[in-house]
Design a binder for this molecule. Sequence first.
Ligand code: M6R
Length: 610
Amino acid sequence: MCGIVGYIGNKNSVPILIEGLKRLEYRGYDSAGLGIIADNKCTIVKRKGKVSELELSLKEHPISAPLGIAHTRWATHGEPNQINAHPHTNSSGKLFLVHNGIIENYNVLKTELQRNGYEFYSETDTEVLVKLIDSFLQKKLELSEAVRYALNEVKGTYGIAVGYSDEPDKIVVAKKGSPLVLGVGDGENFIASDVNALIAHTSRVVYLEDGEIAVVYKDRFEAKTIEDEQIKKEIHEVTVALEEISKGEFPHFMLKEIMEQPHSVKNSFRGRLLFEEGSSKLGGLQGYEERIARSKRILICACGTSWHAGLVGEYMLEQYTGIPTEVEYASEFRYRNPIITTDDTCIFISQSGETADTLAAMKEAKRRGALVLGVCNVVGSSIARESEAGVYIHAGPEIGVASTKAFTSQLIVLALITILIARRRHLSLIDGQTIIRELDLIPGKIAEILEKNEEIKTIAQDFINAKNFLYLGRGYNFPVALEGALKLKEISYIHAEGYPAAEMKHGPIALIDENMPSVFITPMDSVYDKVISNIEEVKARKGKIIAIASKHDDKIDNLVDYSIRVPETIRMLMPILTAIPLQLLAYHIAVGKGLNVDQPRNLAKSVTVE
Ligand code: M6R
């Protein structure tokens, strides 16, 4: 949720930290701060609000130091204000710490520290951690040992970075449940909670694993476990280019990412389509195909947009493989007693690969002996590393908080997994070849839809003042209705609900009047006539209707107020096309309302806390 960045070397750390924070701001943006050590003295600067507020105050009062750590926050404990912003310090101000995650036993620890004379100035769990480390420093331990001892008392999750002016040659970092990466430079080293903050400086990274601590000097680093075992860490090369994490000519990352979809979707299936065999090739599943094909059940677990992708996956897998498939919210799965057997295949879908609930659900499924697969975007992310096997969606970095291109790429990968397994079961060569050919045509069809951007913008203007919206679809397009509603509510703050179109008459129809617009996703498929009946029901009650309809549907315009046309494809791939006008509609409504679509209120890009 929050972002951490740090630097140690010979340069001034401050501009490096600010630039890194800006790249991480999508992870949390209610307050920001940094701590530096220069000439054995610490300076802490914190501001409420965006990184630009912090930057402004540093322009007015410039500081400089070869060591610094910084943080952009998404509040969990205590309101977003300057006092609760990170870094947090001990009472002498010599020790400072930034933290992502949640210290679950902070109340117990706080009471104990208070009993020993510690006073607290903030409402955060993080201040408890810095004071706990201080209590071990008081016992004359070195910083890394004090951190290690403190972490052994902590329950919860953390990615931390700690500076101490009595040991000004190092930053100590540790990880459990929240990502932390080291960037290896030449005579300088970096730390971050996300490789995006590092790639402007180095492509050589080291991923810390849960329960690991690293002491980072300017020319080396040492790693150990919190049980004090020395460990050797591997250096990885990352291949993300700087342009991929910049907005370029677009006003928002969200629009850039929507517009990238012909390309991102192509990257998701590049080199993976087997035209002659009517199948797919997924290197990450090599050796596991038979086990998946023999599964008695497939369980898909995810959150938010990734969960919607999972619902589409359920339709695909059941239609083509015949394997019973269920989709679960990861947050629910982890807290019940799920019936999982060694005959199950569990697929965990996550753009970021860091979502705390999805990661925890994955660990539980693994513990119960299921085959655990990851479908992630971020290479080297926790879910990708924890899974037994898996498939990257290769959508490229997604920075906008509202997930767009990751959704369509997740659907491509789910289609590829479906066809791979279905061909090992009973899908015919001809049917397999048809799916592969249709997949190959998808980028061109997306490009055709994106040409309607201005048309969709015009429609959006008529709905800027709407207070509620209904999204309705059936079959493969029911999850698209849910996704369309989520896109609208998260960036425009308009209340929106997605429903299976036929369920409307069991309740939601009571809401319909001239002030309740409905979006119907109604391509010309096997349930088309039934959805048309639902449209008639809304029309009869004077509801305004926007239809996402097939290009060749010559009937729809007589029934609805607005229609946005999409090209046709086979049913299983239709959601990849129908989702796109809904992304644009939400985007233009939110922009029309003057909202910050890339950083909607109360949200953060990756939810690394429960
Ligand atoms: O990174 P993940 O795919 O695991 O994230 C899951 C959800 O937090 C995410 O999809 C969220 O719902 C998005 N803001 C939706 O646009």
